[in-house]
Design a protein around this ligand. Structure first.
Ligand code: G3P
Length: 229
């Protein structure tokens, strides 16, 4: 499993990169515009925080292949590093994916709602395909099953493309995707934090400290070891 942060909040990105094994950051035009400041500054700030090796997924805005390619080349030039260009799976997007692939660019096909969209994007050359799990659930379909079928199709056709499942609102959706072999997920920082939360874990940690302090007072374990030497 690879974990990505679906945010452009620099403080949150820095905090979670320090804590967790995060492989990259994903953005889209909505996420960028939520920050309400210069978009290139935002992308450069993210790159500075995560470093050149870490994956940064940035989406194009236009709806024709020619301009998508120009946007991708511009982003590669001004942001650089391990950059993935996100392209929506409209027909012009598939055309752009084929051309960008031939130019050696890394591509994430996005705005995926059906397994056949993912398969077409993968055959066209996308490195990642991003199904929108919660948005699928919200139209009374089954986001988890869409991911399951995408994984099956990628395996059936021996494609190297990986799933980067997106649009999550709860831990159970992420868990379901992991159970069917979704290769990676992207979620907002709060939801990534939620993956670790359990009241009994906190209760157990508190109890360990309480039991220790009953015998050793405020002597911490490291002080105890030093004392013994
Ligand atoms: O990148 C796609 C993802 O951000 C969509 O998530 O929560 O807006 O459905 P959401």
């Amino acid at each position: 499993m690879k974990y990505f942060l679906d945010t452009a909040d620099i403080k949150a990105i820095a905090r979670l990169y320090e804590l967790y094994p995060i492989s990259g950051v994903t953005t889209n035009p909505t996420i960028i515009s939520n920050e309400n400041r210069d978009y290139l500054e935002i992308l450069r700030d993210i790159r500075n925080v995560i470093g050149d090796e870490s994956m940064l997924h940035v989406q194009t805005l236009s709806t024709n292949a020619e301009t998508m390619i120009k946007e991708a080349e511009f982003l590669k030039e001004v942001i650089g590093g391990n950059l993935y260009i996100k392209i929506p799976v409209i027909p012009e997007g598939i055309k752009a994916i084929k051309i960008l692939k031939s130019k050696g660019m890394k591509i994430t096909a996005t705005a995926i709602f059906t397994p056949q969209q993912a398969l077409m994007a993968a055959v066209a050359g996308a490195h990642y395909v991003a199904p929108y799990v919660n948005r699928i659930d919200n139209i009374s379909c089954d986001g988890f099953n869409v991911v399951k079928e995408i994984v099956l199709l990628l395996n059936n056709y021996n494609l190297d493309t990986k799933v980067l499942a997106a649009s999550f609102k709860n831990v159970q959706q992420i868990h379901n995707v992991a159970l069917v072999g979704g290769h990676s997920i992207t979620a907002n920082p709060d939801l990534i934090d939620d993956l670790l939360k359990h009241p009994l874990t906190d209760w157990s940690v508190d109890k360990f400290i309480h039991d220790w302090e009953k015998i050793y007072g405020d002597k911490k374990m490291i002080m105890y070891n030093l004392h013994k030497k």
